[in-house]
Design a protein around this ligand. Structure first.
Ligand SMILES: [Fe+2]
Length: 191
């Protein structure tokens, strides 16, 4: 379920928008200079190799990267592995990495080929929580304050677009704002 929930930055209980309508989500985000698109999804992405996924999306990727600004395009994937005793620690470690507010020196561009994750965009006096699912592309502009929650059971495949090799490095603000907002798990179970 792709979802946008807009809340007051100083009071997460003040929900100003909650919608699952793709068109509304794209328009709300476009008003803030944020690109949100939906590409047709490949049904068996989880069983598809990363190379085959990149080949499948080659035309879309080429279109998005027509200017050639993205020098590094790769695939990040994480799936629950309950047979692995290390999985809970792996999941926790992966999740906590970007759970605090930060920004990047370049745009953070992600296409979700499968699964889900939630970007929280701190835009002025509001926080826009965007739950992205398979088929969703989101581009967080450079300098935008944000955090990301992959949930307690991380499960996604994302194509990542980087301008620089170290483009993923986060500049953490030290603000604990994210702690006052519903997690991805909570957003999905909210009425
Ligand atoms: Fe980020």
């Amino acid at each position: 379920m792709t979802l946008l929930q807009v809340m007051a930055a100083d009071n997460a209980a003040d929900v100003r928008v909650r919608t699952t309508d793709d068109t509304v989500i794209a328009a709300e985000l476009a008003a803030h200079g944020i690109t949100f698109e939906h590409w047709p999804v490949l049904d068996d992405a989880t069983a598809t190799s990363s190379d085959d996924l990149l080949a499948h999306y080659a035309d879309r990727v080429a279109e998005l990267n027509a200017s050639g600004r993205y020098k590094h395009i790769d695939i990040a994937r994480i799936h629950p592995d309950d047979a692995n005793p290390e999985w809970p620690a792996i999941a926790k470690g992966a999740r906590e990495k970007f759970l605090n507010e930060h920004r990047h020196a370049e745009d953070e561009v992600r296409y979700f080929a499968a699964g889900r994750g939630c970007f929280y965009l701190h835009l002025g006096d509001e926080v826009h929580a965007v739950v992205c699912e398979g088929g969703d592309l989101l581009s967080v502009p450079a300098g935008t304050l944000h955090w990301f929650d992959m949930g307690t059971r991380p499960d996604f495949i994302a194509i990542r677009f980087f301008e620089e090799e170290d483009g993923w490095i986060g500049d953490f603000t030290g603000d604990r704002i994210s702690e006052g907002f519903p997690t991805l798990d909570e957003l999905l179970t909210a009425p």
